[in-house]
Design a protein around this ligand. Structure first.
Ligand SMILES: [Fe+2]
Length: 242
């Protein structure tokens, strides 16, 4: 099965951001994903209009989809747009759980009011309860990264309490296959809680890669991740839609 992951659409009421989203979704169409996840920052302005435009496009993909908020999202407007689908009773946290073809997908809302950083602490008890309710293979997604990227200036706004999040994941044994996030607008691959951890490229403009005082130009087109899960094996593909 294929779980497609989009991140950081940053819709703002203008056509440009949605054009990039359409480009990515057009690429995705022939892959016919089994599920679609969006790891936050769906919109950054003109929220009501932006969420409706994004939701229409996600619905048109024709598979189950799941979203979590990022730091620039508006919780109230996001709940208005997606709350009926995900049963969100209040503005925070906007967590989601879904099951597609034997894979449990958990979306964690680690955002913090008025903060660009995230914090896993408020949702840890909820996550521990959810994980202990079954040992189905599970993919976790969230917005802010609970690991260090090493990119200069990009580790100020991580997901705090990553060590406690890792402990909850580790306590669930082999249940969690991987954790994936967004937020930094660059694709990357590392380890977290002893398992695969990824970050999806952004739909909107990428950030520069700054490592050890050296920096790249921004040449990155929009992109996405495809998590391919078959026979208990997860392989993640990165796709840039140039
Ligand atoms: Fe973000």
């Amino acid at each position: 099965m294929i779980v497609a992951q989009l991140s950081d659409i940053h819709a703002d009421g203008s056509g440009g951001r949605l054009e990039r989203l359409d480009k990515v979704l057009n690429w995705l169409k022939p892959m016919r994903p089994d599920a679609l996840i969006v790891s936050g920052d769906l919109a950054e302005a003109a929220f009501d209009k932006s969420y409706r435009a994004v939701r229409e496009r996600l619905e048109a993909v024709g598979c189950p989809f799941f979203v979590v908020p990022g730091n620039v999202d508006d919780h109230g407007d996001m709940r208005q747009a997606f709350g009926a689908r995900f049963g969100w009773p209040s503005d925070r946290p906007l967590n989601v759980v879904g099951r597609v073809e034997g894979l449990r997908i958990i979306g964690l809302d680690v955002t913090v009011e008025d903060g660009h950083y995230g914090d896993a602490a408020p949702i840890l008890d909820w996550l521990a309860d959810e994980l202990s309710s079954s040992n189905e293979p599970t993919l976790i997604f969230q917005h802010q990264h609970p690991f260090l990227t090493g990119i200069d200036g990009k580790d100020r706004n991580t997901c705090h309490n990553g060590d406690r999040l890792a402990a909850v994941i580790e306590a669930a044994g082999d249940t969690v296959l991987a954790l994936t996030c967004g937020h930094v607008h660059r694709p990357m691959f590392t380890r977290f809680a002893g398992r695969q951890a990824t970050m999806a490229p952004s739909v909107t403009l990428a950030n520069r890669l700054r490592l050890d005082g050296k920096e790249s130009a921004i040449v990155d087109p929009p992109g996405l991740l495809l998590h391919h899960y078959v026979d208990g094996r997860l392989v993640t593909h990165v796709v840039m839609v140039g």
